[in-house]
Design a protein around this ligand. Structure first.
Ligand code: NAP
Ligand code: HSE
Length: 438
């Protein structure tokens, strides 16, 4: 590498512009920021107006040119999407260039392949911005919490959906309108279905799980329910019962003591979940994210902050760039990587069947308003050993009523058996909602 480190930026959208702004104004920041400079920048449309001024000679429409440019030492991939992002990352690695990426979709699907190639080439692929926007969570899981046995990682890890849910809860705002706002603010993915269908949160929990538990899992098998079918009435009922609805992502190691298994059983899920109002995650509003890590001996530690947007995400990207710049100054051999900074799996993990996962549940049932209906529902749950915490009837009228049930912790297998039986009760017109509950 030369005297100052050349950055090749793939993308100059929300995140890329944020990164460029930091690199172009190093004053008052860590001195290492002055040790890096923008060398080349790839965009799709050279004529698009930008809110950051980049010398025209640095711009190109061909991202390969950026990766291959000898003045580029570190490639920063902030284009998004799977391809060509994956191929460009692999090309950079093959050329012996470290990579920084905010692209959780690529890392959740191809992280293993990318990490293996990076280790073989003696380069780093750093991903702080891929989860939690500006919140430092990747480095703490890799380094600061390394002495712990992690039991559980859970939290709110999608800013767009948290922004939507907070506005629905506080102002009764309409889902579609708030989604448009989240897009205008630069929080949403290029295709916002990834946010509202829970896929972005599933990518992120797959990444966190890999770091927390030491082995990657099949991303496609994570049970994922988004907020796209969530009805505002459930948000309002939850409030009346003392809860906030949050899109919660959870990864839990199901066995705590026997570490000698060939493969560690993990329960991962993404689903809208009722969170009691006095729980720390209930107060996480707007674009903020929060990640709760539970480990031994640390207990519980929560990471909180802005989960999306140009500035926060660029802050995380630049942190990774500086990590690489710092290692570069050590003048170590390129084949000797800092094991805490590079990513390596160190054991096998697998996902358990959703039916063995245990949780509390929120149910909203449309019923005929007739005497004894609550009793029949209660005994049907009792027959299947599902214990009810509360059962409340809302909105009784001639057309019927709505019953909201909150259960104690049960397996999803027991819960689904009960739901199957409830569907056949003649007083039950339908199961309107089934959400998780903390
Ligand atoms: P964005 O605003 O859509 O920007 C994408 C940029 O990449 C644009 O500048 C686009 O060029 C360029 N680009 C896309 N395809 C290209 C191609 N084939 N060749 C050359 N340039 C190409 O996206 P973003 O919000 O910055 O997100 C970028 C990445 O960061 C994604 O992986 C996203 O998941 C991740 N991320 C985003 C946030 C956030 O808050 N937005 C937070 C964390 C992580 P044009 O400008 O010319 O169209
Ligand atoms: N679309 C993502 C979100 C960007 O809303 O959380 C940050 O990863």
């Amino acid at each position: 590498m030369g005297t100052t480190i050349g950055i090749g930026l793939l993308g100059l959208g929300t995140v890329g512009s944020g990164v460029a702004k930091i690199l172009l104004s190093p004053q008052g920041r860590h001195p290492l920021v002055s040790e890096v400079h923008l060398a080349r920048v790839a965009v799709r449309d050279l004529n698009r107006p930008r809110d950051v001024s980049i010398p025209t000679k640095l711009l190109t429409k061909d991202p390969k040119e950026v990766v291959d440019d000898p003045s580029v030492d570190v490639v920063v991939e902030v284009m998004g999407g799977i391809e060509p992002a994956r191929t460009l990352i692999m090309r950079a690695i093959k050329a012996g260039k470290s990579v920084v990426t905010a692209n959780k979709a690529v890392i959740a699907r191809h992280g293993e392949e990318i990490a293996t190639a990076a280790n073989a080439s003696g380069v780093y692929v750093l991903i702080e911005a891929a989860v939690g926007g500006g919140i430092p969570i990747i480095e703490p899981l890799k380094q600061s919490l390394g002495g712990n046995r992690i039991k559980r990682v859970s939290g709110i890890i999608n800013g767009t959906t948290n922004y939507i849910l907070s506005r629905m809860s506080k102002e009764g705002a309409k889902y579609k309108e708030v989604l448009n706002e989240a897009q205008d603010l630069g929080y949403a993915e290029a295709d916002p279905a990834a946010d509202v269908e829970g896929l972005d949160a599933a990518d992120k929990i797959a990444i966190l799980s890999g770091l927390a538990f030491g082995g990657s899992i099949d991303r496609t098998k994570i049970p994922t329910i988004g907020i796209n079918n969530l009805q505002s009435i459930d948000v309002q009922y939850a409030k009346q019962l003392g809860y906030e609805v949050k899109l919660l992502a959870t990864a839990e190691k199901l066995i705590q003591n026997n570490e000698r298994l060939d493969s560690i059983p993990l329960a991962l899920s993404v689903q809208p979940t009722l969170v009691p109002k006095d729980h720390p995650l209930a107060g996480v509003n707007g674009v903020n994210n929060a990640i709760l890590v539970e480990g031994e001996p640390i207990g519980k530690v929560m990471f909180y902050g802005p989960g999306a947007g140009a500035g926060p995400t660029a802050s995380a990207v630049v942190a990774d760039i500086l990590n690489i710049a710092g290692v570069n100054q050590l003048e170590t051999s390129t084949t000797c990587l800092d094991p805490l900074l590079s990513a390596n799996s160190w054991r096998n993990c697998h996902l358990v069947d959703r039916n063995v996962m245990i949780q509390r549940n929120y149910l909203r049932l449309n019923v005929v308003d007739s005497p004894g209906v609550i009793g029949r529902i209660g005994s049907l749950f009792g027959d299947r050993k599902v214990s009810i915490q509360s059962i409340v009837q809302f909105d009784a009228s001639q057309e019927g009523a709505e019953i909201v049930v909150i259960t104690h912790k049960v397996s999803l297998g027991q819960m689904n058996d009960s739901l199957e039986a409830i569907k056949h009760l003649k007083e039950v017109a339908g199961i309107a909602s089934h959400l998780g509950c903390l």
